[in-house]
Every structure is written in structure tokens, then in C-alpha cells.
Ligand binder design. Structure first.
Ligand code: AMP
Length: 458
């Protein structure tokens, strides 16, 4: 029998996998295990049957310290059935080492015996969010030594209304931890969960089978010089994207386009090399928070941009080269999500479209811009407002503190809170526009980390 071909696994684990009959990794294991072993966060699109449990379980067991009797890994599952199944699989994987204890904490069973088991210590806890939260509330479970949090079938957990529990549990976990998110689908809510609780996650999507579908659509519009802003507004009004990146050739173009969008009621900002670092960071935070819908950028300014998976990317004029074009449009339609990339070109730039056709070996059929120009103006209202708090990492402010101040004691429901970003000296929190004033007041009147901070709407 051949051994499991993934570098970095201990020989104890390899022997155990052989015993379990695991000859070769499944595609999701191939991608995820090395990243898990490295200690990095992973967001993986994987369903039951893909081998996802071992995809996180093998690295989990390898990274545990069996000598430390404390909960080092927590797996949250939507149902008791799944939790039992996951716990069973983890116990099998943990046979590689002596004495790794896996405990399940699920609702629908008496809590007393669970408290007893917890008092004897466990390395790994697998549970459903409601019951895990109960234990945290009672103080019968401590996550102070946790180094890995796994959200399994995260989309189902959200569908089942566990969002607030998951968030509350995450706020009990040490900040310095590894977070793995497994989900069969990646709707917006999953992306938000990821952006709030993961750091720089590696996306794992396995091509082949039902999991991959071509999701990037491209449209090309020929127009007359000067029609670009109007066509862009028509496009935005038609598509109503939650976020859109518009590429321009020059800084001046960026400013002009952003201003004309703003004048027409769109929430747009320009991003180019003339901005100071502080301004640039603020624009990026607003855009990442969905407090600003349209980002107008040059290629250079967009280069280091840590934002992808956008629903819409627009080339206000064709990119310099086919490579740049591919790079630009690669920011949309990722990971199984629907994406649209639109390119405008004037007759003078039609040769660029011919170059592109040659490069990709496909014919491009331009659409008439009249359709876009006829769309009634409908500026997109940003979903979130960003609040800035005058305290940050240096004040030991953590996302959980801000979330707690907003949602605690009959406060706002957790689902109205978007991304939370903590800088050294200040913090930013996105809240749904409808509750912005209430949120502002709560933060002003309440305390974060026992202190009062200044709060303003950005
Ligand atoms: P899961 O998607 O985690 O529910 O796993 C589906 C089934 O595949 C389970 O019964 C696993 O024991 C089995 N399995 C997972 N990975 C492998 C592998 N690399 N080789 C053989 N069987 C596997």
C-alpha cells in the first residue's frame, strides 16, 4: 500500500492513515493539509463526502500538544449528527498519538455529564454552537488555551440561525489562533464571517466535479469618447453590486470619475498613488466594509489591494496589455461566485480588443452601449456605515470588545454588525446603515474595555 503523499506529516500519522485505509489524499486534503500544518487560516469550499473532516483533522492532530491538558481545538458543527461523525473521525485520526481526548458537547443531551467530562480535561471539543455557548456562559468550558477553531458546514450553521452563537464563541477564543472555515457554499454571510474571524485565509476550492462552475462573465461595450461616466452609472444602476472596482488609466481620471459618481449619489472613492498612506488605508477600510460601493483605481494603486471576490469589475478603458486585463478581471468571479467584468472601449482603442481576442483565442462580441445609457439612475446605498473608535490595539481593544459593547445587554443583534478592523491607535466597525445612529450612541455611552473612547461616523 502506498503512503499518503503530503510532506510534513509525522510517521506516526502516516502509519495511522495507512491503517485507516487512506492511501492518497482527496483533492481538498491535498490543498488544505499543507496550509493547516503551516498554521495558516483556511476557507475551504467542501461538502460532506469530500474528505473534509480529515482535511482539517489531520493537521489539527499533528499540531496538538498531547501533554497539555487543555482544550486546544474546537470544532463547531450545525447538528449533533455531524458533530458525532466528526468526533468519531477525529478519534480515529488521533490514534496516531497516545492519549488525545476528543469530547462532544451537543444540545439535546443532559448537560451534567458533559460538565463532568470537561472537568477531566479534553484536547479537542466538537460541538453545536448553542451548547458550547451554554458551557462558556456557565464557565464549565475555557477556551483560553485554544489554538484552532474550526467552523464546519458554516453555511448550514448560519442557515440554522447560529450566527450570534458562533460570533459569541469566537469572541471567547484567543485572538492568536488558527481559524478554519469549511462551507459547501460561499454566500456573502460566509465571506463576512471569514473576513471578521480569519486572518489572511488561504482559499481552497477544488476544481472538478460539481464544485466548479464557470462564474466569470465578460461584457464589452463600444462607446464614444466621454460617454464612460454615464455608461458606468447605467451599469451600476442595473447591476446594483455590493462592491465594484473601476480601473482608470490615470490619477486624474480616477478623481474625475469618482467625483462624478459622488455627485450623482453613488458612494465612490478614488485610490491612486497621490494619497497619503493614512488616506489610502481609510479608503480601503471603507471599501472592505461595504461603506463605500465603488473604488476607482489605477493599476498601480490596485496592485497591493487585498480585495478580491468582487461582484463587478469595470475597465473604463481597455487595459494596457492582455495580461493586465486578465489580472484586473481576476478580482471577480472567484471561488464559485458570480462575477461580471465589463470593458468599455472607444473606436480609437478597438485595436486593444483585437489584441485581447488574439491572446485568448476567442471572438469578442461588443454590446451596444445604448442599453446602459437607458437604465434609470439608481445609486446604490451602501449596506454599512463605518464608525471609528479612538482606541486600538495599543489600548488592548479586540473585535470581541466592540462587538460586545454593541450587542451586549439587550443591544443590537449581532447580524447588523459587519467587519471590525483594529489598528494600533483606532478601530473601525461596520454597522448596517439603518442602525448607525443607535450603534454610535451605544459606543459613545457605553464602555469598551472599561473605558470611554471617542466615536465618529467616517
Ligand atoms: P468526509 O467528507 O470528511 O465526511 O469524509 C467522507 C468519507 O471519506 C469518510 O468516511 C472518510 O473516512 C473517508 N475518507 C476521507 N479521506 C479519505 C482518504 N484520503 N482516503 C480514503 N478515504 C477517505
Amino acid at each position: 500500500m502506498t503512503r499518503f503523499q503530503i510532506p510534513g506529516l509525522s510517521s506516526a500519522m502516516l502509519d495511522n492513515l495507512t491503517t485507516l485505509g487512506f492511501e492518497s489524499p482527496t483533492p481538498v486534503q491535498q490543498e488544505a493539509i499543507p496550509v493547516v500544518l503551516e498554521g495558516r487560516d483556511v476557507i475551504a469550499m467542501a461538502r460532506t463526502g469530500s474528505g473534509k473532516t480529515a482535511a482539517f483533522g489531520i493537521g489539527m492532530v499533528e499540531r496538538l500538544n498531547p501533554k497539555q491538558f487543555a482544550v486546544q481545538a474546537l470544532v463547531l458543527c450545525p447538528t449533533r449528527e455531524l458533530a458525532d461523525q466528526v468526533a468519531k473521525a477525529l478519534r480515529e485520526l488521533a490514534r496516531a498519538y497516545h492519549n488525545i481526548k476528543v469530547l462532544t458537547l451537543c444540545g439535546g443531551t443532559p448537560i451534567g455529564p458533559q460538565i463532568g467530562s470537561l472537568s477531566h480535561g479534553a484536547h479537542i471539543v466538537v460541538g453545536t454552537p448553542g451548547r458550547v455557548q451554554d458551557h462558556l456562559r456557565k464557565g464549565t468550558l475555557s477556551l483560553d488555551r485554544l489554538s484552532m477553531l474550526v467552523l464546519d458546514e458554516a453555511d448550514r450553521m448560519l442557515d440554522m440561525g447560529f450566527q450570534e452563537s458562533v460570533e459569541s464563541i469566537a469572541s471567547h477564543c484567543p485572538e492568536n489562533r488558527q481559524t478554519l472555515l469549511f462551507s459547501a457554499t460561499w454566500p456573502d454571510a460566509i465571506r463576512q464571517l471569514s473576513s471578521r474571524y480569519q486572518q489572511d485565509p488561504i482559499s481552497v476550492t477544488v476544481s472538478g466535479g460539481e464544485e466548479s462552475t464557470a462564474t466569470l462573465q465578460q461584457q464589452f461595450y463600444e462607446l464614444s469618447p466621454g460617454q464612460e461616466p454615464e455608461a458606468l452609472m447605467g451599469l451600476l444602476s442595473r447591476e446594483q453590486p455590493s462592491g465594484c472596482l473601476v480601473f482608470c488609466a490615470t490619477r486624474q481620471d480616477c478623481d474625475t470619475v469618482a467625483s462624478s459618481l459622488t455627485r450623482s449619489g453613488f458612494s465612490a472613492r478614488s485610490l491612486h498613488g497621490d494619497l497619503e498612506q493614512k488616506e489610502r488605508d481609510l479608503v480601503l477600510t471603507l471599501f472592505a466594509n461595504q461603506s463605500c460601493t465603488v473604488l476607482v483605481a489605477t493599476d498601480v494603486a490596485a496592485r497591493g489591494l487585498d480585495i478580491d471576490d468582487l461582484p463587478l469589475v469595470v475597465n473604463l478603458e481597455p487595459a494596457r496589455s492582455p495580461e493586465t486585463h486578465t489580472h484586473r478581471i481576476g478580482r471577480t468571479g472567484r471561488a464559485g461566485r458570480q462575477g461580471l467584468a465589463v470593458t468599455f472601449f472607444t473606436p480609437a482603442r478597438a485595436y486593444k480588443i483585437t489584441q485581447l481576442e488574439r491572446s485568448v483565442g476567442e471572438t469578442i462580441e461588443p454590446l451596444s452601449v445604448d442599453g446602459l445609457l437607458a437604465v434609470p439612475l439608481a445609486p446604490i446605498q451602501p449596506r454599512y456605515v463605518t464608525l471609528c473608535l479612538s482606541g486600538g490595539k495599543k489600548d488592548k481593544v479586540r473585535p470581541g470588545d466592540i462587538l460586545g459593547a454593541l450587542t451586549g445587554e439587550a443591544g443590537l443583534p449581532g447580524k447588523v454588525v459587519g467587519k471590525i478592523h483594529i489598528d494600533p491607535f483606532q478601530s473601525f466597525v461596520a454597522v448596517e446603515s439603518g442602525v448607525a445612529k443607535t450603534a454610535l450612541r451605544r459606543l459613545e455611552d457605553g464602555r469598551v474595555k472599561g473605558r470611554k473612547f471617542r466615536v465618529r461616523m467616517v
